[in-house]
Design a protein around this ligand. Structure first.
Ligand SMILES: CC(=O)SCCNC(=O)CCNC(=O)[C@H](O)C(C)(C)COP(=O)(O)OP(=O)(O)OC[C@H]1O[C@@H](n2cnc3c(N)ncnc32)[C@H](O)[C@@H]1OP(=O)(O)O
Ligand SMILES: CC(C)C(=O)C(=O)O
Length: 518
């Protein structure tokens, strides 16, 4: 029979302890709702005694979330335990009180100023007191990885005797290593006489960048609950990033015995986005699983491999974690295979010789900018092959917008050397620009999606706009454009979609027309 791994998310408690990540009630509830969709087993909603706001957040989440256990943190003191119990009341049977008390010599001496015997007594009394309110009590010996192992063994046995149903072993300061942590968990499993009555949990911090490795070592040693946060936010260098642990267990299942979990991995990217938006803690592009570049390949050798067989350079399917498809952005590192494939996707049917001509020009353009966009590539084709294209090019753009001005845009376009110009008002500057483009091109579309991303950093960052436009063709058309001005990037993206829609009508239909994807 397979063993269940439970995931305990503390984004709303330990994640929020990260400087600058505080969330209000609405933001916390949105994160909690997404954790429920993700299939999280336990949500630590806050530390109820610390403020009215935290109490209210735990109380509201305990009321609104129906499928997860809801935990509230408490120090090992009556007032904290009572506050947690009260805040968790609406969760009924799903309520978990999580009590912590430090057990390392350093913390006992300098923080708590208490001897081992007092700590043992406090721990037992705290758990027994919490049991008067709820059945489900978790106990964490804070700084466990730096605690004397014999004492830790005694503490764990004591709190299980007092009724703890989960014993969580925190690497509070991210100090342990995978081998050492494996030995600690194994030791507890083999030397705590009543260990069978509780679930062993782990809670790793990332100070040495070892949080994922340590959590996985603990699972191999027998831990069955993993605590962490989405995107790895948390105190200092953060908590373990749960999405990384989840996907490591799924992708390398053979390494961890027969384990299962309740996570709907397709919700991972959405959860990451919501946590980033609500906490204000942005995810770095190259972050595993959820970073923008996690499934993007720009070097020619990798792109060639991916085009032949995705698994050559990917160990997971991006769609399994909620991304669209693998991305092959064109840059100066791209090779002929990727450029040829993109040309086909864009509807350019070229001979090998023509592809070679375009490729030479492509490398020159690639040397001068970060990305070669679809409209750049089409412009190279038109220019290099002297084709009379019937496609549109942006000549100029003017717009007026502001809190007291009616958004108005004047757009100048070029087609086959001729100039066209028109103006329009709109609901905003982007809307006015799009309407002016539609008036000139006489091609009306419905904007189904619009997103803007910073393609580079700093005040003069290049804004990359992506639009999805329905022109009444079988699939919405994706258009991309970039500029340091977001309105101009929007105009370029929309025009790119218009041109692709024209090409679609004129060219034989390729298999996949999503810009930037295979
Ligand atoms: C590893 C972790 O992540 S632990 C969780 C960390 N999270 C937080 O600290 C949440 C935000 N904290 C707060 O709002 C405040 O620190 C509060 C409300 C918890 C306490 O505030 P204050 O009463 O002003 O105490 P202060 O923060 O200065 O010091 C902590 C006190 O708790 C005691 N304490 C610390 N941990 C525990 C514990 N697990 N059980 C009992 N007492 C504890 C300390 O010994 C100290 O006691 P003292 O005031 O008698 O010296
Ligand atoms: C409260 C405990 C589990 C904690 O956050 C830690 O030790 O890092």
């Amino acid at each position: 029979m397979s063993d269940q791994i439970y995931f305990f998310d503390t984004t709303l408690r330990d994640g929020e302890q990260c400087p600058g990540a505080s969330m209000n009630l609405r933001e916390k509830l949105e994160v909690a709702r997404q954790m429920e969709r993700l299939g999280m087993d336990v949500i630590e909603a806050g530390f109820p005694c610390i403020s009215d706001g935290d109490f209210e957040a735990v109380h509201t989440i305990a009321r609104e979330i129906k499928k997860c256990r809801i935990a509230g943190l408490a120090r090992c003191v009556k007032a904290d335990i009572e506050a947690a119990a009260k805040a968790l009341e609406p969760a009924g049977e799903r309520a978990r009180i999580h009590i912590f008390l430090a057990t390392s010599k350093l913390h006992m001496q300098f923080k708590l100023k208490k001897a081992e015997s007092e700590i043992l007594r406090m721990a037992a009394e705290g758990v027994s007191y919490a049991k008067q309110f709820v059945q489900d009590v978790e106990f964490s010996p804070e700084d466990a990885s730096r605690t004397d192992l014999d004492f830790l063994t005694k503490v764990v046995e004591t709190v299980i005797d007092a009724g703890a149903t989960t014993v969580n072993i925190p690497d509070t300061v991210g100090y342990t290593t995978p081998d050492e942590f494996y030995r600690i968990i194994r030791h507890l499993k083999e030397n705590v006489p009543n260990i069978g009555k509780a679930v062993i949990s782990v809670h790793c911090h990332n100070d040495l960048g070892l949080a994922v490795a340590n959590s996985l070592a603990a699972v191999r040693a027998g831990a069955r609950q993993v605590e962490g946060t989405i995107n790895g936010i948390g105190e200092r260098a953060g908590n373990v990033a749960l999405e990384e642990v989840i996907m490591a267990l799924r992708t390398r299942a053979g390494q961890f015995g027969d384990v299962t979990d309740n996570i709907n991995t397709k919700e991972i990217v959405r959860t990451s986005r919501i946590v980033a938006r609500m906490s204000g803690m942005q995810v770095q592009r190259s972050k595993a699983i959820v970073g923008e570049n996690a499934f993007a390949h720009s070097s020619g050798i990798h792109q060639h491999g991916i085009l032949n067989c995705r698994e050559t350079y990917e160990v997971m399917d991006p769609q399994a974690v909620g991304w669209g498809a693998t991305e092959l952005p064109l840059t100066k590192h791209s090779g002929r295979a990727a450029v040829k494939s993109r040309l086909e996707q864009l509807g350019h049917v070229l001979t090998e010789e023509e592809v070679n001509t375009v490729f030479e020009r492509f490398k020159k353009v690639g040397d001068s900018k970060k990305f070669v966009y679809d409209d750049d590539l089409s412009a190279i084709v038109d220019d290099s092959l002297h084709a009379s294209t019937g496609l549109w090019e942006l000549d100029f753009l003017q717009f007026v917008a502001g809190s007291h001005a009616r958004p108005t845009a004047t757009v100048g376009l070029l087609k086959e050397g001729k100039k066209f110009e028109d103006s329009s008002t709109g609901n905003g500057a982007v809307d006015a620009v799009i309407k002016a483009i539609e008036r000139i091109t006489r091609r009306k579309g419905t904007l189904k999606g619009y997103s803007v991303n910073a393609a580079s950093e700093g005040k003069d960052a290049l804004g990359e706009v992506t639009v999805h436009v329905d022109f009444g063709q079988p699939k919405p058309i994706v258009g991309k454009g970039a500029s340091t001005d977001v309105i101009e990037a929007s105009a370029r993206a929309y025009l790119n979609a218009v041109n692709r829609s024209i090409r679609m009508e004129n060219m034989p239909q390729p298999n996949n027309l999503d810009a930037g994807t295979i």
